[in-house]
Structures are given as structure tokens and as C-alpha cells.
Ligand binder design. Structure first.
Ligand SMILES: [Zn+2]
Length: 298
């Protein structure tokens, strides 16, 4: 039971936490409320349009079918609301987390949105080209076939988007994670990209030459035959990549963390060491590497 069910006087309050109340069906319109947490209220069917509300946490409200278009709302977390079919176009909303909303089919063009997390929305087929968006995480959206070319986007995470066939050349992008996108055949040559995670992209045959790229994770990319500009990388994870040493088929477990010994060894020396080992471990915090000598079969 929460404050509302107990009938407490709520006049003048600015924040209210009624989370995990199983009895609550409806929230009254509380004047002056700025922040409301009604997460895990499984019976809740209605949230009123509370004037002046800035923050709304309503994840795991599994009976909720609608979220009101609350003018001035800045932060909305409505993850795991399984009956929600749409998110209203709340002008000025800056942060939206709607992960695991299984019935959502579209993210509308929410003016002012800066960060959007809509992972594991299995019915989602469309994300609008939201002007000003800086971070987008739409991993695990199986039905998504396209990502818009959002001008100014800095970080994009779209791992496990199994229907995605291409990534747009978003010029402003600095970080891209598209691991396990099995239909991707190409990564665009994004000039300013600093970090790229494209592990287990089963159809990826080549990587473009990207001058700014510092960190690359291309583990288990079985069709990749080479990595351009490898000398400039600071960090590389290449476990299970055939290009590392195609003449030695058994060498399939290699992790390079070049950044930690960049000043001691050249990339060629490094490659020689790696070709003699089966595995290389970095123990976080140990400032050192453990090289396991390759076991040659007689
Ligand atoms: Zn209650």
C-alpha cells in the first residue's frame, strides 16, 4: 500500500514515490508535483496529465495502456510497459527510456529529445529522424529495418538488430556499436568515428579506412579479411578473426589490447607474439598481460 491508497494528505508535495503498490489503479492529479515514481504498479491503468511534472518513472506498469502528453516533462522512463502502443510526442522531452515495450511500433519525432533508449522493442519498425538527438540505443529491435540519418547523433548502439541491412553515414557519429547485426555487409566510412563495435557481424566482408578510429572490436567477424589502418588503433579485440593469422587455422582465440603496451612493442612485434600464442589475457588492474604459449600439435 502506498501514500495514495492510505489516503494521506498529498497537498504541497513535489515528489511522490508510490512504486511497487499492487493495489493502485489510478493516480489523482496532484497539483505542484514535479517528480512521480509509480514503477512496478501492476494494477495501474491511468496516469493523469499532471501540469508541471518534470520526471515520470513508470516502468513495469503492465496494465497501463497510455501515457499522457504532459507538457514540460523532461524525463520519461516507461520501460517494460507491455500494453503501450505509442509514446506521445511530448514537446521538450529530453530523455526517453522505453526499453522492452513490446507493442511499440514507432518512435515519433519528439522535438527536443537528446537521448533515446528503445532496446528490445520487438514490434518497432520506425524511428523518426529526431533533430538534435545525440544518443540512440535501439539494440535488440528485431523488426527495425532502417535507422534514419540523424544529423548530430554522437552515439549509436544498434546491436542485435537482425533486420538491419545498412547503417547510414552519420557524419557526427563518434561511437557505433552494431554487434551481431547479421545482415550488415558494410560499415560506412564515418570520418570522425572513434569507437566501433561490430563483433559477430556474420555478413561483414570489409571495413572502411577510418582515420580517427581508435578502438575496434571485430571479434568473430568470420568474413573479414583485413583491418585497414591497424597501426593507428589503440584498442583492438579480434578474438576469432581469421585474418589474424590465416595460415594457422587453430589460432582462433586472440584478444589484443594494444593500448596497454603500445609504447613497448610495434604492431609487427605484437603480431609475432600473438602468432606464437593461443590466448592472450589482460587482467584488469594488473598492469600486465598473461600470454599463454601456443600449444603446437605434433
Ligand atoms: Zn497504493
Amino acid at each position: 500500500m502506498c501514500k495514495i491508497c492510505r489516503g494521506e494528505d498529498l497537498t504541497g508535495i513535489t515528489t511522490l514515490d508510490v512504486s511497487s503498490c499492487n493495489m493502485l489503479k489510478k493516480i489523482p492529479n496532484i497539483e505542484g508535483l514535479k517528480e512521480l515514481n509509480c514503477s512496478h504498479c501492476y494494477s495501474l491503468t491511468e496516469i493523469p496529465n499532471i501540469e508541471g511534472l518534470k520526471v515520470l518513472y513508470c516502468f513495469y506498469c503492465t496494465s497501463l495502456t497510455e501515457i499522457p502528453n504532459i507538457e514540460g516533462l523532461k524525463i520519461l522512463y516507461c520501460d517494460n510497459c507491455n500494453l503501450l502502443t505509442e509514446i506521445p510526442n511530448i514537446k521538450g522531452l529530453q530523455e526517453l527510456n522505453c526499453n522492452d515495450c513490446k507493442l511499440l511500433t514507432k518512435i515519433s519525432n519528439i522535438e527536443g529529445l537528446i537521448n533515446l533508449c528503445c532496446t528490445t522493442c520487438h514490434s518497432l519498425t520506425e524511428i523518426s529522424n529526431i533533430k538534435g538527438l545525440q544518443g540512440l540505443n535501439c539494440s535488440n529491435c528485431y523488426s527495425l529495418t532502417e535507422i534514419p540519418n540523424i544529423k548530430g547523433l554522437k552515439e549509436l548502439e544498434c546491436s542485435y538488430c537482425n533486420s538491419l541491412t545498412e547503417i547510414p553515414n552519420i557524419e557526427s557519429l563518434q561511437e557505433l556499436d552494431c554487434n551481431d547485426c547479421v545482415l550488415l555487409t558494410l560499415i560506412p566510412a564515418i570520418e570522425g568515428l572513434k569507437g566501433l563495435g561490430c563483433s559477430s557481424c556474420d555478413s561483414l566482408t570489409k571495413l572502411p579506412n577510418m582515420k580517427s578510429l581508435a578502438d575496434l572490436d571485430c571479434r568473430e567477424c568470420r568474413l573479414l579479411t583485413k583491418v585497414p589502418n591497424i597501426e593507428n588503433l589503440e584498442g583492438l579485440a579480434a578474438f576469432g578473426c581469421p585474418w589474424l593469422n590465416p595460415s594457422r587455422e587453430k589460432l582462433n582465440k586472440v584478444i589484443i589490447l594494444q593500448r596497454f603496451f603500445k609504447r613497448y612493442l610495434s604492431i609487427n612485434q605484437l603480431m609475432n607474439i600473438i602468432s606464437e600464442t593461443t590466448e592472450m589475457y589482460y587482467e584488469p588492474g594488473s598492469k600486465g598481460f598473461y600470454l599463454l604459449r601456443r600449444k603446437f600439435e605434433e
